[in-house]
Design a protein around this ligand. Structure first.
Ligand code: HMG
Ligand code: MG
Length: 284
């Protein structure tokens, strides 16, 4: 039997957050409802961040209230601080994600905080989540390269992974935020990170700026990772990461994994339908 590899769909959040045109909540809801029929176990549906920083995600509560929840699907939301956590929880998120950076330059640009300050804020979120019995996922951005600081040492990534583990994150997603990571750099990064966390507690989050995302997935698979974030239609980028292109496209990643003998549990026709919807939303 082929081994299951999970694709964590992040298109409605990481994909859409960077679009300049304000996408109506109804369109986001329709996209999530289509994704809910495709076989994903987890879908990142919204962010509860400052609307001054990311206006596109300001309608998170409306989106969460409007989706038709499919049984067996967990709907996740980003929470940068306690206010964001409470917004996500009150909107019915099944889990929240806290998001630190391995580089100081990106931490400042994305969160207006040093790495240490951001982890202090995330500790408050993690404590509140624990009290509520809410699962917390962690992200580390800029795991190989930072748009401001350049090459990021693997030991810096490992340190932030250890901090997020200590805060109780059940899984940590390793983000090549600007898609500049080479397979060699990803392998060296994973070598350091695996000293702090088991492969079963890690996910790969590759952006495809340099067309290396699938090569980087293969490196991570060889290191034992079995969860990868992706966005239908290859949507995305990050408003605070100049030059970042989209996430690896779910449909490409799915085809790649299945061609290599892995099972994704996804329905290709529904994924294609969602990818077409996502592409239609792009650019506007
Ligand atoms: P700040 O300006 O330092 O903080 O932002 P603040 O507390 O002064 O807040 C500014 C304003 O936002 C205030 O409003 C707050 O009330 C409000 P004002 O008083 O001026 O009217 N505010 C909020 N509103 C709603 N929800 C909230 C919230 N918090 C404050 N939760 C802050 C600090 C962390 C808030 C800001 O920097 C922020 O929201 N950053 C998030 C940026 C973001 O979402 N980036 C994209 C996601 S990360 C990513 O894409 C990478 C990833 O995909 C992995 C990878 O690819 O590597 C995860
Ligand atoms: Mg991302």
């Amino acid at each position: 039997m082929s081994e299951y590899v999970e694709i964590f769909e992040v298109g409605p959040r990481d994909g859409l957050q960077n679009e300049q045109r304000q996408i109506p909540a109804a369109d986001k809801i329709a996209l999530i409802d289509t994704l809910s029929r495709a076989g994903f176990r987890r879908i990142e549906a919204a962010s509860f961040v400052s609307p001054k920083w990311v206006p596109q995600m300001a309608d998170g509560a409306e989106v969460m209230a409007g989706i038709a929840r499919a049984p067996g699907v967990r709907y996740a939301a980003l929470a940068p601080n306690l206010r964001g956590y409470e917004g996500a929880r009150d909107a019915g998120a099944d889990e929240v994600a806290i998001f630190a950076s391995a580089s100081e330059g990106f931490s400042k640009a994305n969160l207006n905080a040093s790495i240490t300050e951001s982890l202090e804020r995330f500790a408050v979120v993690a404590k509140a989540a624990k009290a509520d019995g809410m699962a917390v996922r962690g992200y580390v951005s800029c795991v190989t390269d930072c748009p401001f600081d350049g090459v990021v040492p693997p030991s810096d990534v490992a340190r932030v992974v250890a901090s997020l583990r200590a805060l109780g994150c059940y899984e940590i997603s390793l983000g090549d935020t600007i898609g500049r990571g080479t397979p060699e750099a990803v392998d060296a990064m994973l070598d350091a990170v695996l000293g702090e966390a088991d492969a079963a507690a890690l996910a790969g989050h590759f952006h495809d700026t340099s067309g290396r995302a699938l090569d980087n997935v293969d490196v991570a698979l060889a290191r034992g990772l079995r969860v990868f974030d992706a966005a239908v239609g290859g949507l995305g980028g990050c408003p605070y990461a100049p030059g970042a292109a989209g996430n690896v496209a779910t449909e490409r990643l799915m085809a790649h994994l299945e061609a290599n003998g892995h099972a994704t549990g996804l329905d290709a026709a529904i994924v294609a339908e969602a990818a077409a919807m996502a592409r239609a939303m792009r650019g506007g």
